[in-house]
Ligand binder design. Structure first.
Ligand code: NAD
Ligand code: ZN
Ligand code: ZN
Length: 394
């Protein structure tokens, strides 16, 4: 089959690789029909190379049609249309029972002390071949795959793999009071969906911050009060001015470790990208190489006693945090990879009708063939050509 594989920093290619097969009784094989490119894939493209091997298949936002199932997979069968969550979770361990599927104790990667294995996401998360491919082996398929009805286009359901549950959890964790306010930092696919979900769930005032003009416009078009971080020296002050001097009840950081606006982090990032893997790995895992611009903005922006919800991914362990300000402002923090299955039943009703309240059917800006995926990665990274959300149709 053909698959999108990693070859080095900013170097992904479409290769011919062996077809996946059923290896465990809990596996399924899915023929992929749509597969998203995510901001998390850009971290692999740019900085997390030391945790990848040449030829690793990327992608963690797939859906498609079941081709075959192992003997312990009884809830889905060949021919079913399914969305595959990006976390690989068993559905019956201590963590899964508590709705913490991204911490599944059956698939945790003990070698690196990390949570549940993820599709297509480095050695840190199990080095499981991903879904930007014609075929995908789905481990723990007795639990993971979400059956969806025939009829509507893939775009209606594909975001259940990551974007929708991630945004839903980010909003849940942001704990916005009834009729309250939230500022969303980063208006990429995750941040924009956070805005839509927050509006849908009753937030009165939704602010959105980014530096990319067409992303700001996109959010403004559905009632988000946008702030262009490129036009304001002091984003927290600008948002405070719009919230009676107090700051919003909640802030969602949907930017992550590659934030623009912190040159020291950029240097460390570049360095880590150049070093031999054995040297870079501990640097990324155990030292602070992130660009923390967005996180600092979140801490400064949120009102006293407010909540910060972190969905942007960070990597370093020793990044300096402004503990004095965090303590003094009495801020609550919640964060983590989305527990995909935890939120599916909450989200499904919003995908079931024809009214499409979250606008999922028109969410993707680009649909590309697998052969064109490498170019789409570059365009998504540079945010060229209005590239906002790309779906690969293998
Ligand atoms: N927690 C999870 O389960 C989960 C799931 C998916 C994605 N993510 C993470 O969410 C983040 C966003 O993903 P995405 O797909 O939307 O990616 P993206 O890269 O398209 O979006 C990031 C946006 O942040 C903007 N930005 C950069 N610096 C900024 C700053 N200082 N202030 C404000 N905005 C700034 C960029 O212009 C961009 O629009 C990534 O870190 C990704 O890894 C987390
Ligand atoms: Zn993703
Ligand atoms: Zn589990």
């Amino acid at each position: 089959m053909k698959a999108l594989t990693w070859h080095g920093r900013r170097d992904v290619r479409v290769d011919t690789v062996a077809d996946p097969t059923i290896e465990e009784p809990t596996d399924a094989i899915v023929r992929v029909t749509s597969s998203g490119i995510c901001g998390s894939d850009l971290h692999l493209y740019e900085v997390l190379g030391p945790f990848l091997d040449e030829g690793d298949i990327l992608g963690h936002e797939p859906m498609g049609v079941v081709e075959a199932v192992g003997r312990d997979v009884t809830d889905i069968a060949a021919g079913d249309r399914v969305v595959v969550p990006f976390n690989i979770s068993c559905g019956h361990c201590f963590m899964c029972d508590r709705g913490l599927q991204s911490q599944c104790e059956v698939t945790q990667v003990h070698e690196h002390d990390t949570g549940a294995a993820l599709l297509g996401y480095t050695k840190l998360y199990g080095q499981v071949p991903g879904g930007q491919a014609e075929l995908l082996r789905v481990p723990q398929a007795h639990y993971g795959p979400i059956k969806v009805p025939e009829g509507p286009p893939d775009d209606r359901f594909v975001f259940l793999s990551d974007v929708l549950p991630t945004a839903w959890q980010a909003v849940e964790y942001a704990d916005i009071p009834e009729g309250g306010s939230v500022a969303v930092l980063g208006l990429g696919p995750i941040g924009e969906m956070c805005c839509r979900v927050a509006q849908q769930r009753g937030a009165e005032l939704v602010f959105g911050v980014d530096l990319v003009a067409d992303r700001l416009e996109r959010a403004a078009a559905h009632g988000v009060t946008t702030i262009d971080a490129g036009q304001h020296d002091d984003v927290p002050a600008a948002i405070r001015a719009l919230t009676g001097g107090r700051g919003p009840d909640s802030v969602i950081d949907a930017v992550g470790m590659e934030a623009h606006g912190a040159p020291v982090g950029k240097l460390a990032h570049t360095l880590a990208g150049m070093l031999p893997d054995a040297v870079a790995r501990p640097l990324i895992q155990h030292a602070g190489i992130d660009r923390l611009a967005a996180l600092y903005t979140a801490i400064d922006t949120v009102r006293r006693g407010g909540t910060i919800s972190l969905s942007g991914v960070y990597g370093g362990a020793l990044d300096p945090m402004p503990l004095l300000q965090m303590f003094d402002k009495q801020i609550t923090f919640r964060m983590g990879q989305a527990n995909v299955r935890r939120w599916v039943d909450d989200i499904m009703p919003l995908l079931a009708g024809d009214d499409d309240p979250l606008g999922v059917e028109s969410y993707a800006t680009h649909h590309v063939a697998l052969a064109d995926a490498p170019a789409a990665y570059a365009a998504f990274q540079h945010k060229d050509d209005g590239t906002f959300k790309v779906l690969i149709n293998p």
